[in-house]
Ligand binder design. Sequence first.
Ligand SMILES: [Zn+2]
Length: 374
Amino acid sequence: MKTDYYEILGVNKGATAAEIKKGYRKQAVKHHPDKNPGDKSAEEKFKKAAEAYEVLSDDNKKARYDQYGHAAFENGGAGAGGFGGFGGGGMNMDDIFSQFGDIFGGGFGGSRGGSQTARVKGSNMRIRVKITLEDIVNGVEKKVKIRRKIKADGVSFKTCATCNGQGQVMRVTNTILGRMQTAATCPTCHGAGQSIDNRPKGSDSNGMIQKEEMVSIKIPAGVSDGVQLKVAGKGNEAPGNNSISGDLLVLIEELAHESLSREGMNLHYDLYVNLSEVTLGVSKEIETVSGKVKIKIDSGTQSGKILRLRGKGLPSIERYGTGDLLVHINVWTPQNLSKEQKQFFEKNISDENFTPNPSKADKSFFEKVKDMFS
Ligand SMILES: [Zn+2]
């Protein structure tokens, strides 16, 4: 059970933005890693406070939280927004300092509670990829052109003189707690520990250039709209000798199918048959995600019957099976009858064979399913 965000910040449910900020500041100062070196539980509390503040300081997220509680940010929850944002906690120290460092008035900014130089990571890139139901059946490999930042050819970096390669400088600041020595991100190299040595022509101030690149994205079978995939290392590169690249985040967009509609792993197909066909029995060709299939409609089949074609749906992304294709039988009632047709129906209107007489089996045709392959 996760602790209530208001409780974490020590404020009431109806707290104002200023009270929330004050509450966060109090918790953050109390549990700040620089004040509690090596104390894991303080670090946890510090992170929790940041997570709570991240939500409660954002009107949109706060409204979702007030309505749904923590469920608003869990995967698949009412407000899950994996695309952008933290999608349910999981903030790390770097996120916290880069996002809320300024709440401390700069003195804490960039501090990482330790002295090791963080490896600089390039920013993530986000793209959308459109796929069809057919792509989802077997999975698909998509080639996408992206423009990413990379280090220019011939660029070189040297150890930053300001921080001596540490990426951080020590600062003494006057805070509400008195004088504190804190580590801050080096203003010259922004934490990289390196600065540019040789900057090739055409590159930016960090020695980076934009480059178009084809990236191949493997999309697994069974994905659905809104799923986000990650291609590690295909985001922007970062300057410096031992920096690592960001990631490419791929948002799946599912294209609507002309005649099939999706419901989880199952597919639905509306089949229209005319009165003669359904009265006499007929064989019909229908479209599935894996090609055309012939199905037999027995004579006397009632409108509304659902035929289940097992395994003709979509695979599960966890690979535990395949859905079915549900064919809904819709009987088309003829309109604009000719004189002869009209006479035929008039003649039969009171005929015993035309009188509805649903049996128990017919009544439950929504549950009743039938395999029909040919
Ligand atoms: Zn530096």
